[in-house]
Design a protein around this ligand. Structure first.
Ligand SMILES: [Zn+2]
Ligand SMILES: [Zn+2]
Length: 215
């Protein structure tokens, strides 16, 4: 591969051409993407804390209308909030999905597994090391997508958007333009175009229609 210059001339995340200063710094992701991810991480911290309270659970329960306008609490929405704030939720996704890889790339010791409510610790680590990752970490694009996807998911929960609503995620197989219709708690899906199977963790890392709208 001798096209390294081509590869770094565009932001790996938004694919926009880099500014001269960004090229000279040898960055993988542009400043704009770095700023956006930093804002999203701050927002994730705030939304997580609001959702992770009895009030938050009540608000979500009352905020979204149940199926066919019934008075029943929309159980799936509550489950989605518990999913996001509980064990294996957002904190675990940020730590095992992003922080651990950054620590490996930096040659740092692995951190102790964070408590599932330690959103301060999880987001602070990422916010502090985001400038390094955007400049020096060549797999940053996947991580920025994961951050955007978690941000979209929490925004949907907080605004009471029914979690059952299907949305489009884009297959990440190279040259496959397949689309997957999933909900917030889809745990497994297969791309109908190329046959790639995605588990819950991989689904969370896919670019979605919300990421595109936010781009
Ligand atoms: Zn960019
Ligand atoms: Zn595909």
């Amino acid at each position: 591969m001798n096209d390294a210059a081509d590869l770094i001339a565009k932001c790996l995340s938004c694919r926009h051409p880099m500014w001269d200063s960004e090229i000279q710094a040898g960055r993988y992701a542009c400043y704009r993407c770095e700023d956006k991810a930093s804002e999203q991480l701050h927002a994730i911290r705030g939304m997580f804390k609001r959702l992770n309270t009895a009030d938050g659970h009540e608000k979500v329960r009352g905020g979204a209308s149940g199926p066919t306008g019934s008075k029943e609490p929309p159980v799936p929405v509550r489950l989605a909030v518990l999913n996001a704030t509980g064990p294996g939720g957002v904190v675990a996704q940020l730590q095992s999905g992003i922080e651990d890889s950054w620590r490996r790339a930096l040659g740092w010791q692995m951190g102790r597994t964070r408590h599932h409510a330690d959103i301060d610790g999880a987001t602070t680590f990422l916010i502090n090391n985001l400038p390094w990752a955007c400049e020096r970490y060549d797999e940053i694009a996947d991580d920025l997508r994961t951050i955007a996807s978690i941000h979209g998911r929490l925004t949907g929960l907080e605004t009471g958007e029914p979690a059952a609503k299907k949305f489009t995620a884009y297959c990440k197989t190279t040259d496959c333009h397949g689309e997957l219709q999933i909900t917030l708690w889809t745990s497994h899906a297969t791309c109908a175009t190329c046959g790639t199977e995605y588990g819950k963790t991989e689904l969370a890392g896919l670019m979605t229609q919300y990421d595109q709208a936010a781009a």
